[in-house]
Structure formats: structure tokens, C-alpha cells
Design a protein around this ligand. Structure first.
Ligand SMILES: [Zn+2]
Length: 251
């Protein structure tokens, strides 16, 4: 899906009309949390006074739109102190290098994802013909010294109360991030919110069994808000939605 979206976008340097649906922004879910709808995937910002935290960075074509969003909302890109990366697909990690360079932020990622973002490469999890196309498109590489590698179930050293949860399935190395104090889960592509909460079931999901196990593990955290990589954040009727999905995945 993301690749189709990437292929249909305008070339760099052309302007977007302000009424483009891609420009539809943005709401504040809970204080300090911003949801930015990138061209291919969601970008989230926790604009804390003591340092902004970004979850995923969108595609390379989102960089200037992110800067504009910061400007429009009186936010300072230099205040980004940590960038959490769920996985290395171009639509999630494509602006990481630019945003890291602009802010000198720490970039947190799983081990294999770290290897890929150092090269500006998407992971291998697509059907062969789509993968070949994806492999042709690189994005700017994140410098090694800026990267902090996380393990499963680990509290992130540089972030109080944030847990990294290994959620393979969409691709081999995929992490979700859980902020305990808010019950706020950034699921990346371990859960989707297209219409209803679900796991990825298309051929873009590398391993369906792993994806199911990862989703069940996330739902057991009993999140109050699920901010997915695609689709609007889920916060209404949470108990119903999560219970239904949990049952379906475990039946
Ligand atoms: Zn995605």
C-alpha cells in the first residue's frame, strides 16, 4: 500500500494544494500529543517541555511538510530530543535522517532496523516483484552515532516510562512503543486502524503468524489509546474493539 502511495505522489519540489487530503491535519489526542498524517504513514509528536519525542518520521517527501507543521504550531524542530522508529520502511523512516540532522536527536530502533536506516534501506518483507521496486528507492541514511538500539520489553534508557515491545510480523524487526503513564501505544504497523482495528492481512505482511502473536501481546498491555502507523488513532470504544480483536486473534 505504501509503495503505491509513494509512486502516485508528486515529484520533489512541486507544490501541494492546501486542500489536498494529505494535508488534512492533525488533532491533539491528549495534551502534547500531535497526530500528523504523512503521505504514506502517520507521524506522532509528543511535544513535551523538556524535549519533543517523535514516533516515526514519514517518507522523504514529508520532511518539509513536517517543518511547516512545526512552524504553524509554534514548535521548534530543534527541540526534538528522541525519534522512535517502528521499522525501516521508507514511509516510516524516510525523513529520519533530515529530522535527526536538524535536531541532533537520538534515534531509537531495533537492531536490524538500525542496520537498515544506516543504509537508507527498507526491510525485505514484500512479494518479490514489489520488493525489487522497493529496493530501488533508498532514503537518506541516519548516522550510526545517533542511533540507540533497543531490545524487547526494555524500558528505553533515554526515556522515562517508555517501553519498547518487539512486534515482528509486518517485517522481521518491528518495534512498538508504549508509554505506561498515559496508556498510550504507538503500534506502528503491528496494528492497523483502517475502518476497524486489525492486524495487517495483505501481502505486505511478511509473517501472518508472527503478526498475530505480536498483536495479542500489544492488546494485553490494555492500552487506552492505540496510535497506529496507518489510519486514525483508536480511542473510542476501546474496550469493545480490543476485546473483539483479541478474541478473533486467539480463536
Ligand atoms: Zn507502514
Amino acid at each position: 500500500m505504501w509503495l503505491l502511495e509513494q509512486l502516485s505522489i508528486r515529484p520533489l519540489g512541486t507544490s501541494w494544494k492546501s486542500n489536498s487530503t494529505h494535508f488534512r491535519r492533525i488533532m491533539e489526542l491528549i495534551p502534547n500529543l500531535h497526530w500528523f498524517k504523512g503521505l504514506g504513514s502517520n507521524i506522532y509528536l509528543m511535544a513535551n517541555d523538556d524535549g519533543h519525542i517523535l514516533v516515526d518520521t514519514g517518507s522523504p517527501w514529508d520532511t518539509n511538510r513536517i517543518y511547516k507543521y512545526f512552524d504553524d504550531h509554534g514548535l521548534d524542530v530543534k527541540a526534538i530530543s528522541v525519534i522512535l522508529i517502528t521499522h525501516a520502511d521508507i514511509d516510516h523512516s524516510g525523513s529520519a535522517a533530515a529530522l535527526q540532522a536538524a535536531s541532533d536527536a537520538k534515534v531509537v530502533a531495533g537492531e536490524k532496523t538500525a542496520e537498515l536506516i544506516k543504509l537508507g534501506k527498507s526491510p525485505n518483507h514484500l512479494p518479490r516483484f514489489v520488493q525489487r521496486l522497493a529496493d530501488l528507492i533508498h532514503y537518506a541514511a541516519v548516522p550510526e552515532e545517533a542511533i540507540e538500539v533497543v531490545d524487547n520489553q526494555e524500558f528505553i534508557g533515554s526515556l522515562d516510562g517508555w517501553q519498547a515491545v518487539a512486534t515482528p510480523g509486518h517485517c522481521i524487526d518491528h518495534f512498538s512503543y508504549f508509554l505506561h503513564s498515559e496508556g498510550l501505544l504507538f503500534a506502528g504497523d503491528a496494528l492497523y486502524a483502517w475502518g476497524q482495528l486489525d492486524i495487517g492481512r495483505s501481502f505486505f505482511t511478511g509473517d501472518q503468524d508472527e503478526a498475530r502473536r505480536s498483536a495479542v501481546a500489544l492488546l494485553k498491555l490494555a492500552p487506552a489509546v492505540i496510535a497506529c502507523g496507518h489510519g486514525p488513532p483508536v480511542m473510542d470504544h476501546m474496550a469493545d474493539e480490543t476485546m473483539l480483536l483479541s478474541r478473533r486473534l486467539q480463536s
